[in-house]
Design a protein around this ligand. Structure first.
Ligand SMILES: C[S@@+](CC[C@H](N)C(=O)[O-])C[C@H]1O[C@@H](n2cnc3c(N)ncnc32)[C@H](O)[C@@H]1O
Length: 252
């Protein structure tokens, strides 16, 4: 890992401004917040319970969570602070959602309502999670916006990622600065996502997935945030397919 990691870091740190940005053309999906109901809600929230988010998170949220709008969804946000984000999620997902909030501060109990359940505890405490799981065994969407230390983020992920339902999404926020230990941990998860046992016969045609691969679809890195998506159905194999009858002889 060491040398390629340093090579990649150096390449990225020395990246030069692209002349392509000045011609006004782009392909694919815009990353602006135009037509993003979460951003609209945030901008309109000029008074009342506060919401505190990095601006670029709104596009990430809408990209990964848009498919849950209007569905029956159980969502957990770790880090309640002044309660405004709980209302934002409720408005975004609609009346079919139930919001669970976790915070270490007892004052956050004030934000409990029919559709919002608040749990007070330390996200770095695995016993707290055992108790939480005994009451809320499964959720669809988790956002870790709590204390933001790598230890808290790792304990929370190991307890709660297995509890995310098929097709669900796990977001860990505020993975700040170069060489962050949670980012290194997430890179370890990526390594397992690439697992392939070359000693197994037929491996070039069909990979029998590891348990992690069978359940975890993808891991996405953004500035300060890591997103993990789960498969909607378990993927037990990754076939390597060909179609067609004409092949060049030079590559077998
Ligand atoms: C950045 S604020 C959350 C902001 C909120 N999600 C929002 O969008 O406005 C972080 C919150 O995490 C809580 N917190 C800090 N350490 C924690 C811990 N160990 N376990 C649970 N919550 C924690 C703090 O009390 C604070 O309310």
């Amino acid at each position: 890992m060491g040398r390629p990691y340093r090579k990649g870091s150096k390449f990225a740190a020395e990246w030069q401004p692209s002349e392509l940005l000045s011609d006004g053309q782009f392909s694919g999906r815009s990353t602006s917040n135009a037509s993003n109901p979460l951003w609209d809600y945030f901008e309109a929230n000029t008074e009342g319970p506060g919401i505190w988010k990095w601006k670029h998170y709104f596009e990430i949220y809408h990209r990964h969570l848009g498919r849950f709008i209007g569905k029956k969804v159980d969502m957990l946000e770790i880090g309640i602070f002044s309660g405004g984000s709980l209302g934002m999620w409720k408005s975004y997902f609609g009346s079919g959602c139930h919001i669970y909030g976790v915070d270490i501060e007892e004052a956050c109990k004030a934000y409990e309502s029919d559709s919002v359940s608040v749990y007070i505890g330390d996200q770095e405490d695995s016993v707290f999670w055992d108790k939480f799981i005994s009451e809320v065994p499964h959720i669809d969407v988790l956002i870790d916006d709590g204390g933001h230390t790598p230890e808290q983020q790792m304990v929370t992920l190991e307890k709660m990622l297995p509890r995310i339902r098929p097709g669900g999404v796990y977001i860990c926020e505020d993975v700040h600065a170069i060489n962050h230990r949670f980012a290194a941990y997430a890179a370890g998860l990526v390594s397992e996502l690439n697992a392939m046992d070359y000693s197994r016969p037929g491996i070039e045609d069909n990979v029998k997935t590891s348990t992690f691969q069978s359940e975890c679809h993808s891991i996405h890195f953004y500035p300060f945030s890591v997103v993990i998506e789960k498969h909607a159905e378990a993927q037990h194999e990754l076939p390597n397919l060909r179609r067609g009858t004409q092949w060049q002889p030079f590559y077998e």
